[in-house]
Design a protein around this ligand. Structure first.
Ligand code: CP
Length: 329
């Protein structure tokens, strides 16, 4: 199985076929069962993974570091301020050197208009797989865990499943576009009927929306855009209300924050959840701005699957690492 994957970069799920995504999820499910039963999975014995984080992380960093350890390898956590990146070393040089030292490189770099370019430049020169741990465009590990969680709740055939992805207000920081963008790209490929709702001005990247529409056409999904939060909730099986920055509103963070503050009413409440189907699930990649993006009674309530979703980050991370970094099983 691993010969399809060995040595490939994981920058967006868009560069993997549906069959390959399903294989990743099959392995993630198998790894989850083995982990739960204490069965060792030393698929990456003696392999080394470098993890470069330009930005903060709880789930991504720890799922990768715990994951590589559970596969028998070693994860080395790096921050640019303690590397020669701080003195201007370019992505090409860092990528060539680290890939001569080890077997994989993971990078988180969310800065708008810079992160994806940096990761692609490193991937161009690295002889080891480069894994995107979230950039300004994509968050492939998150969306893989999201899809795994949705399949756990609704089964493998997701055709016609109604998914509402909505913008929500937040104050903690300017969140990237990468989560909703990855979701509209992947969910439409699995036949889901996606409604994307956001206040005017908080657009996703036009080329990503175009690609998601093409995916929907090709795979029998749907993508509809609305500027009313309710539209993401009516009859939905899955709702994913989450903040993202309005990077097309302005280049100035203060202006984006001021624009966001006009939409404090975009919060996921119990009233909104009542519009969804009875069995609906509430998802969030976390961290959530409680009281801003969502009320406690929803995120802690019966519809919420946020901890299952976060838990699946570990198993999907392990599956991708095992496949790309040369696991033999
Ligand atoms: N969802 C997610 O990527 O979480 P972290 O920012 O904690 O890694």
């Amino acid at each position: 199985m691993s010969t399809f994957f060995r040595g490939r970069h994981f920058i967006t799920t868009q560069e993997f076929t549906n069959d390959e995504i399903e294989l990743m999820l099959d392995l993630a499910r198998d790894l989850k069962i083995k982990f739960t039963h204490g069965v060792p999975t030393p698929y990456l014995l003696y392999k080394t993974l470098f993890l470069i984080f330009f930005d903060e992380s709880t789930r991504t960093r720890n799922s990768m570091q715990a994951g590589i350890a559970q596969l028998g390898g070693t994860g080395i956590f790096l921050t640019p301020d303690k590397m020669q990146i701080a003195h201007g070393e370019v992505a090409k040089d860092t990528g060539i050197i680290l890939s001569r030292f080890g077997d994989g490189i993971g990078i988180r770099f969310c800065k708008f208009k810079e992160g994806n370019k940096y990761i692609r430049e490193m991937a161009k020169h690295s002889k080891a797989p480069v894994m995107n741990l979230q950039d300004d465009v994509y968050h492939p590990f998150q969306v893989l865990a999201d899809l795994m969680t949705i399949q756990e709740k609704f089964g493998k055939n997701l055709k016609g499943l109604k998914v509402g992805i909505s913008w929500a207000y937040a104050e903690s920081h300017l969140k990237p576009l990468s989560v909703p963008q990855s979701q509209i790209l992947l969910f439409t490929r699995f036949g889901m009927d996606v409604t994307l709702a956001y206040p005017e001005g908080f657009d996703l990247m036009p080329e990503i929306v175009e690609q998601a529409k093409k995916n929907a056409e090709k795979y029998g999904g749907k993508l509809e855009i609305s500027h009313k939060m309710e539209d993401a909730f009516v009859d939905a099986d899955v709702v994913i209300p989450k903040n993202w920055g309005g990077f097309f509103v302005s280049d100035n963070p203060d202006e984006i924050r001021a624009e966001q503050a006009k939409h404090k009413n975009w919060i996921c409440t119990e009233e909104l959840m009542k519009l969804t189907k009875k069995h609906s699930i509430y998802m969030h990649a976390l961290p959530a701005d409680r009281g801003k993006e969502v009320v406690d009674s929803v995120i802690d309530g019966p519809h919420s699957v946020v901890y299952d979703e976060a838990e699946n980050r570990l198993h999907t991370a392990k599956a991708v690492m095992a496949l790309l970094m040369g696991g033999r099983f």
